[in-house]
Write a protein that binds this ligand. Structure first.
Ligand code: MG
Length: 397
């Protein structure tokens, strides 16, 4: 009988969370109790921002006794409606859920810098982390990696490009990798000029050509900020200097990333774009399990194409790289301003090109400061949100 790993799932009603539950549901159905089988999972907790009805439904379906909702009102409603377990509320509730979980693995599928606190709590407890929340590393990269190092907790990326890189780098000795190249789909507006981006709508921005994801990351893909955040994420995860991380646009999203080695070899990771693959990899690492997705047929795909990023039309990637090079609080400010701007765009309060404009101006107002502790980051995040909200309001007016 295989040992069950205790898994805590944060952000279980979101895109990553529901796909993770889909994988777990299938594994449990198929039993998986042979001696040599990879471990099955016991879900020890679930969290959501405010979708309490769906969260309670998930808790019932998976026999979970402890849940948390970031929104205090939603938490109050859930505890009225659900009496089979305990409901925690607020940011502190989320951290308590992590610290008191006794989990072997936490999957962080939260959106935005709200994911940093739970990431810190997880690694601080020495619990392994399957990380889909790239903002944790964008905002707190140095401190987060140092914390993992200190407690011995592993970070396994869920982001598809970084999952690809994690697999590609696994067999390589240090010093042999000369470049990491992240692929970008280019999003729904690939090929458009800056002028052609002026009047694009929320609906158009949410039509991602290859990946099915949540709203925030889909808009990030349309601006290419997502790739900027991913460059910073890769820098921290793999300890790679920025001048050794490149981005190339690859509209088919079949090549998820590739690495260049010192002997001239280039290794690429390929697959049909389906987030269940990197989610499953992160959950089961170092084992692999069956995931029922369509096998890759390159003859059917026909052509794989690549092109450089149009930095004129999509300035977000440049902004991210500049913030990355500035270091300190700059990536945190970049991320917070982006979250505010994307939120304003999704609410119809800011035009598409207003997103990079708000971010650039927020960065200009708040020069990078040295990060001494997580408190520095929380303060920079708060301040950047205030400035960005003011700028977004002025931009729209
Ligand atoms: Mg990605």
């Amino acid at each position: 009988m295989a040992v069950a790993r205790r898994l805590l799932l944060l952000g279980s009603t979101g895109s990553i969370g529901t796909q993770a539950l889909d994988i777990l549901g299938r594994r449990n159905e198929n039993g998986g109790c042979e001696g040599a089988e990879p471990p099955t999972f016991e879900l020890v907790g679930l969290s959501a921002e405010r979708s309490w009805e769906q969260l309670v439904e998930q808790a019932r379906a998976f026999g979970v006794k402890r849940i948390a909702l970031a929104d205090a009102d939603a938490a109050a409603r859930a505890s009225e409606a659900w009496t089979d377990g305990e409901v925690l509320g607020g940011a502190e509730g989320l951290v308590r859920l992590v610290i008191e979980s006794g989990a072997d693995l936490v999957l962080n599928g939260l959106v935005g810098s709200a994911g940093l606190g739970p990431t810190v709590a997880t690694l601080g407890e020495g619990i392994d982390l399957a990380l889909a929340n790239k903002e944790s590393l964008v905002v707190g990269g140095e401190l987060v990696m140092a914390l993992a190092e200190a407690t011995g907790a592993q970070i396994i990326p869920v982001d598809s490009e970084h999952s690809a890189l994690h697999q590609l780098l696994a067999g390589e000795a240090p010093g042999t990798v000369t470049k990491l190249v992240l692929t970008a789909s280019g999003g729904p507006f690939r090929g458009r000029t800056r002028a052609e981006l002026e009047d694009v709508t929320v609906e158009e921005a949410l039509k991602h050509p290859t990946w099915a994801m949540g709203g925030k990351i889909t808009v990030d893909s349309a601006t290419l900020m997502n790739k900027g955040l991913e460059v910073i994420e890769a820098h921290h995860l793999f300890g790679t200097p920025y001048d050794r991380i490149d981005v190339v646009v690859h509209p088919q999203s079949i090549v998820h990333s590739y690495v260049l080695l010192n002997d001239g070899a280039a290794l690429a990771h390929l697959g049909n774009p389906d987030m269940r693959v990197p989610i499953s990899y992160a959950l089961h690492h170092p084992d692999r399990v069956d995931v029922p997705i369509r096998p890759l047929d390159l003859a059917e795909v026909g052509a794989l194409t690549f092109e450089p990023v149009d930095v004129e039309a999509f300035p977000a990637l440049r902004l991210a790289k500049e913030a990355a090079m500035a270091g300190g609080t700059a990536p945190c400010v970049l991320n917070a301003a982006n979250e505010i701007a994307v939120h304003a765009f999704l609410a119809g309060r800011l035009p598409f090109l207003g997103i990079p404009a708000v971010i650039e101006e927020t960065l200009a107002r708040l020069p990078a400061e040295r990060v001494r502790a997580f408190e520095t980051l929380y303060e920079a995040d708060r301040s950047a949100r205030e400035h960005a909200a003011e700028l977004a309001g002025a931009y729209a007016a």
